[in-house]
Design a protein around this ligand. Sequence first.
Ligand code: ZN
Ligand code: ZN
Ligand code: ZN
Ligand code: ZN
Ligand code: ZN
Ligand code: ZN
Length: 224
Amino acid sequence: MFRRRRSVAYFAHDPSHRLLLAPDADDDGEFTCDGCQVVGAGPRYLCDHPGCGFKLHEVCARRFPRSLKSIVHSKHRLKRRESAGGGDGSKCEVCGDDVKSACYGCDAGACASATVVVHPLCVHLPPVARGSAEAHPGGHDSWLVQKASEGGAASTCAACGRGIDGTWRYRCGTCREDVHPRCLVPAADQCRGGEASTVAMAKQCCLSAENDVIGCLNISYYYR
Ligand SMILES: [Zn+2]
Ligand SMILES: [Zn+2]
Ligand SMILES: [Zn+2]
Ligand SMILES: [Zn+2]
Ligand SMILES: [Zn+2]
Ligand SMILES: [Zn+2]
């Protein structure tokens, strides 16, 4: 595990407060990020101002630039926002869940009127992921793809059986099945480790003779 002690400020928090990687960053317990209001786990940043208690996903503390390009919205740069705007009920373009706080939005072209918003975690979803055995038995790689143009049969999630309302889904080319992004890569699992540590964990696990293949598949995702 790499240790980064440098403190950070968060754009939507008191600029005089500094956040530090929690000393118990290996703690696997789940928590709700005070930045984006999405549940996470694993490494987190805590405000060191006495009595403040503000906490953030590592992603929200360290990978939340003012604007970015993401594969989930390749047409335009996405811009950081303190809230979804447009009142309650804004849905993430990628996962279809409510966007309750800090996020990315697009205000270019036709997107401006359509209130395109994306969770800060969802802009970093891996392009290729391998779900847990429950999410996708068989252990195939699935690709993050956008819904085909309007029309066509509505997709149903192979993991939970519910319809896929969001624009994006993971598709297994082998099984020709679609799964909700968050059914394949739960937000808490996505926060649990950075790319590097997830890959390292997978290798370590697969090299150990005690672990069978199914055990390895429980590592929720990996990057290429
Ligand atoms: Zn967050
Ligand atoms: Zn604070
Ligand atoms: Zn989302
Ligand atoms: Zn746009
Ligand atoms: Zn699902
Ligand atoms: Zn498959």
